[in-house]
Write a protein that binds this ligand. Sequence first.
Ligand code: DER
Length: 260
Amino acid sequence: TGIEAAKQRAAFKAVDDHFSPTYRYIGIGSGSTVVYVVQAIAAKGRAITDRQIFVPTGDQSKQLIIEAGLPLGSIDSLPPVETSQTQMGGVTALNVATGLQDLGLKGKRQSLDVAFDGADEIDEDLNCIKGGGACLFQEKLVATSAKKFVVVADYRKLQPRLLTGWKTIPIEISRLSAPKIKRELITLGSTDPSIRQGGSAKAGPVVTDNGMWIIDAPFPPLILQSDLKGHDKGDGEHGTWEVHNLGRRIKRIVGVFEVG
Ligand code: DER
């Protein structure tokens, strides 16, 4: 179909432009588009790929790497970031959902040379909504550990502003925090935040690769690009996770992230 061909073209171009045989650690995202990224990398041949380590962003991503015969690594077994040269950004946002602090690491001393991933919606400033595949927690971990983060998407995903085609912001939460996070999202202007259900695939809530739940929070397309510009982009390659609604500066890890 036109869309699959578009995904494949985007993936092969992204790999041609942003993959290098000199790279040692490569992050692999989740979803259907990244399947073509792995195909394009595997097509480079074992002479190149066997010298590299591919880091997944969840169970589907891990299966992709294994099935493509690429050397599998894991995000928790990478060389430490050389913090001597890395300027620690301040705490850029408190992740309400998982209680983790998201330290905005500036500087190029990241463990991964590059990470490839998909997205659900992208705007002209390369802000992305991610989480449609319920893999956003590890995707974020890998994306923020990469010197270069490459988002691969077909034409449907590009919109003048976020929340135009994709109507919700996915959030990965601990199940105990669900009532609290839902209340907070409503105060932030979300109309009807809901816990993602498994439908015919699974009775009850979707459980992520990390044993967490997903809340999908509808927001009107009120995220003003000018608002997003105001915050520190660090080394220019990774911004922070912020949602601005009605101009109020709200720092949340909600799956919206800005790539410089
Ligand atoms: O969950 C995510 O953010 C994924 O990247 C995903 O939503 C992209 O999926 P697709 O490539 O199948 O559209």
